[in-house]
Design a protein around this ligand. Sequence first.
Ligand SMILES: [Cu+2]
Length: 427
Amino acid sequence: MSASMDRRKFLTLGGAGAVGALSVWKLADAAVGGLLRGQAPPGIGHVPAGAKALQLVATDGWASMPQGSLPVDPWFPDVMAPEGTDTYIFGFRNVTGHSRAQAEGQRGVTQISAPLVYVEAGKELWVTVSNVGLSIRPDLTDSHTMHWHGFRNAIPFYDGVPESSISVPIGRDFTYVFRPKADSAGTYMYHCHFEDVEHVTMGMSGVVFVTPPGQPDRAYAEELPDTDPACSRFDRQYAILLTEIDNRGHFNDAHIQATDWTDFQPNFWLMNGRAYPDTLAPNGAPDAANGTPKPPPGAGNEHLAHQPNSSLIVCQPGERVLVRLASLGFQQHSLTLPGIPMRIVGKDARYVGADTGAWVDTVDIGPGESRDVIFTAPSQPGRYPLFNRDMAKYPGIAGDAWHGGQRTEVVVQSGLDAQTEPNGWSL
Ligand SMILES: [Cu+2]
């Protein structure tokens, strides 16, 4: 496109007043009743029985890389960042059950690595995206969308690609409806598709997965016996989203400067929105009564209020553990789990467990790809590292070469309660 009509201008026109977009907007309004008009609580009250519903608020905010990280002058830490934070971000936060006013109160409060979303094949998933605007950049009148990357039953109306569909302007809510078909099991990812290189890189990405019908303890609808190493049955499951941070882009967005995203050179590498050693900290605590996010429990985690998703994998000896890996960065990654053979049972939401040579100690994954990996926890309790084997992808600090990179641990320990939700654990 010419300089006089860059992509952001094109999208803004489409969202705010182009004739074509307006007619689609009216259609959207008719299709989902009053949801777009922002009554409280938006969307959730209209969900049919049997469907799963959640509400995500889309806005900007601040997050924190690991304590003690080396500065990248002048980009990191950002001099404008509020106390306890260092990096400007965009993101989605789960505000299901909040009133409309509470959702509006979340402007400027967000997280990197969006909430983990999952649904059983054949059932409906309703996701209301509420765009409450940006606190630091009121000049950016950007819309947001939810695009389910790789969703097999996509129709443009709910696909979240703004050039060919609708997007959610500031002050509006829109409810996306998904009904994965029976053969759709697997691990996917979702992200905002509006000005997508920027919005995704700024943090608007997460993992979404589909469970096979009636088989919540399998990754795929296969009929292999439980004892077959190629089966996808698991005792516990963990999802890990791989992304990268180039603090120059984050700084530029906060300081009203343009970024050439083709010059992407990350200086932090994240799992579920955190870099090592923050990856090992627990999941975030439930929000305070007024909707304010709280950091994970434990001393030294105070800076993680905007990164609630742990990457620690906790299991008992002999258990089968499913790790759902998804990547929405720009780089190729190789993750290794030394000493514990892994079976790749899924690639890009397709069952491949019976493939020859499926046992690996390293998993390669590219941008926009997913891998479903199962391992059997060793009989010996202990902590086993799972990490990116490219040492060039760790900024490091004196005394900790892994600092700031994609590294977590598998904790094998007896006496655990059964897992009640994906990524859930307690020690
Ligand atoms: Cu967005």
